[in-house]
Design a protein around this ligand. Structure first.
Ligand SMILES: [Zn+2]
Length: 244
């Protein structure tokens, strides 16, 4: 009896929710996101902070062996990255960031701007302040944010299976304790060691498509028990047991 009475009410509420969501997406600026809200459609030729924010979110989609510049300039590389992001999530792939693309980003990002499946705490099991590394705490955190969006793309490409991070940002003392290289990208918040499933080689091989210029794994000294991915500027990939 109760259930029968509730059903039309529920349908009405769902309809209302759907209508509101639709209106918000059409209006664009009406959608208030806790982290960041884009106020205009972005396409090739645009520039500004909103482009830079978009570039961070699509940094994991630069194409094989490439790294997307986070420079606030919407050029051909940004357009290609937006297209790959759109394709990855089944959206219309036109390379223009509008309501659909922002809607997907809003759904993916948490209030602190990290992607849904990664958190600052996961990228830092060294100290909570992000201090003591090779760069300021603020820089280390912003490097880690970009890294997390790349990891989100990697995770999605590997079938949305959880990825475990055994080490991310390290202060100099944490890096020494871990036996890291003296110029390790972990000191910059630019590197992560991945363990668990998928296999280290699956992670390393797929990472080549998601903006990681530094990939180390099985076959590289000291990397038989994890996949190390990061950004070191010029490309350095070495995991001979994975064929890299
Ligand atoms: Zn590492």
């Amino acid at each position: 009896m109760l259930r029968r009475a509730l059903r039309p009410l529920l349908t009405f509420v769902m309809l209302l929710t759907f209508t509101c969501a639709g209106t918000a997406l059409t209006a664009g600026t009406a959608h208030a996101d806790e982290c960041y809200t884009w106020g205009r459609t972005l396409s090739q030729g645009a520039s500004g902070e909103d482009v830079r924010q978009l570039q961070i979110r699509v940094a994991g989609y630069p194409g094989y062996g490439a790294v997307l510049a986070i420079d606030g300039q919407f050029g051909p590389a940004t357009k290609s990255a937006v297209i790959r992001f759109q394709q990855a999530y089944g959206l219309g792939a036109d390379g223009i960031a509008g309501a659909q693309t922002y809607g997907k980003i809003y759904a993916l990002q948490d209030a602190d701007c990290t992607p849904a499946h990664f958190a600052y705490s996961e990228l830092n099991n060294c100290n909570s302040t992000w201090a003591g590394g090779a760069v300021s705490a603020a820089t280390a955190r912003s490097n880690a944010l970009r890294l997390m969006w790349q990891l989100e793309a990697l995770r999605h490409a590997l079938g949305d299976r959880p990825i475990t991070i055994s080490s991310g940002f390290r202060s100099y003392s944490c890096n020494s304790a871990a036996g890291g290289a003296s110029n390790s990208n972990h000191l910059y918040g630019k590197a992560a060691d991945l363990t668990g499933t998928p296999s280290y080689c699956s992670l390393d091989l797929e990472a080549r498509y998601h903006g990681f210029s530094e990939i180390l794994g099985p076959g590289y000294p000291g990397h038989s028990t994890h996949a190390h991915v990061g950004d070191q500027g010029s490309r350095y990939w070495s995991a001979s047991q994975c064929g890299i």
